[in-house]
Design a protein around this ligand. Structure first.
Ligand code: PLP
Length: 381
């Protein structure tokens, strides 16, 4: 297949064809490569020893050892590079937290400014606190040159948005870098680069994977030098992804836009209905979601639709504990972003959260079926 100029095509076309030129055989469905090691060139004159080049950072298409890269990892990164837009480079990791670890190792800040959000990212920061003395400070604190501001938007578990441009400008004014965990706002809903961020992180386990069957993490940069350093670090830290997971992710990316857009239109209907039905649903106190926010920046950031995760607060821990078992179409489980809807009593995984919070991840089922299920869980005992 020919190398296509992916910039001529929209996201849904690029998701299917951006990596066509990397196919080495005639298979239409990409094969899984399980090999850890790959033959060197057969021409002796083509052999370039390691002292003359960086073997952990080879040009696309030159594969040596699977800790450095693999044929499928290169295809996933090529597809993601076009999904995230012109001039972006994606680097793939074994999990979202491996990607966050890689970002901290890369920027190596003295201070990390962040607030709330995914509890695991705070856990990674604590490990760095032990290793390098990294100091975690509130997102509105003063930080300095070489430090890092980390924003999560939309944020876990509520799905509420923060002003990305405000935090990017603030970080840059202080000489710091700004990264965003954009897991809750996958492409094509939100493009954080438009608002000045230096790096985007995703847990690929969620919307990009979309089927609750793989762990993956992604860092996206517009700086080719940063990409090179990330790839070299990944080869040394061993934070890369396995063959099977990379292959599942590539397969998932083929349907990214249709899944995410269906989930997004579903969540808008479910949240609107819930919010308007509050007085009729016994025990329901508050509904949290970006779609209920009124600030101007929210619609500018989530320009193509809202992320499909939101939270509700109910009147008591007893109601929150009992509701998941009354739902028929929602698995009571952690995680989010998959095609199947999930609900979680958040106290099961987050030690710091109120016991009255339930988090919903909306899938690709029919929105009216999901609404009827929630209504009956609230109203029938
Ligand atoms: C799940 C998640 C992570 C961690 O990703 P893993 O793939 O589980 O390591 C980080 N940030 C957010 C917002 C998440 O939802």
């Amino acid at each position: 297949m020919k190398l296509i100029n992916t910039m001529e095509y929209s996201l849904e076309t690029a998701s299917l064809h951006a990596d066509d030129h990397l196919s080495q055989i005639s298979d239409v469905a990409t094969p899984i490569h399980v090999s850890t090691t790959f033959e060197y060139p057969s021409d002796p004159d083509a052999l370039i020893p390691a002292k003359d080049r960086d073997i952990s950072n080879l040009p696309t298409g030159e594969i040596i050892y699977s800790r450095f890269s693999t044929p499928v990892v290169e295809r996933v990164e090529t597809v993601l590079g076009s999904v995230f837009g012109q001039g972006t480079y994606a680097v793939l990791y074994g999990s979202g937290l491996a990607a966050f670890t890689a970002a901290l190792a890369h920027y190596n800040p003295n201070k990390l400014a962040m607030r709330d959000g995914y509890h695991g990212c705070h856990g990674v920061a604590r490990v760095f606190g032990r290793l390098s003395g990294l100091e975690q400070v509130d997102i509105d604190s003063e930080i300095g040159s070489g430090d890092l501001l980390h924003l999560e938007s939309p944020i876990n578990p509520t799905g509420l948005s923060s002003d990305i441009r405000h935090y990017a400008d603030r970080a840059h004014d202080m000489g710091a870098k700004m990264m965003i965990d954009a897991t809750f706002g996958p492409p094509p809903l939100q493009d954080p680069f438009e608002f000045g961020v230096d790096m985007i992180m995703h847990s690929g386990t969620k919307y990009l994977g979309g089927h609750s069957d793989l762990l993956a993490g992604i860092l996206v940069t517009k700086d080719p030098e940063v990409r090179k350093q990330l790839l070299a670090d990944r080869a040394m830290l061993g934070t890369g992804i396995g063959n099977m997971e990379a292959w599942l992710l590539l397969r998932s990316l083929r349907t990214l836009k249709m899944r995410v857009m269906t989930q997004s239109s579903n969540v808008e209907k479910v949240v609107k209905w819930l919010n308007e039905s509050k007085s009729r649903l016994p025990g329901l106190k508050t509904v949290y979601h970006s779609s209920l926010q009124t600030e101007d920046f929210v619609k500018k950031q989530l320009k193509n639709g809202y992320g499909a995760t939101f939270a509700i607060e109910v009147d008591s821990a007893a109601i929150a504990r009992a509701l998941p078992s009354k739902l028929k179409l929602f698995h009571h489980a952690t995680s989010l972003g998959g095609v199947e809807s999930l609900v979680e009593w958040r106290a099961m995984t987050d030690k710091t959260i109120s016991e009255c919070i339930l988090r919903f991840s909306i899938g690709v089922e029919d929105a009216d079926d999901l609404i009827a299920d929630i209504e009956s869980a609230f109203t029938k005992s």
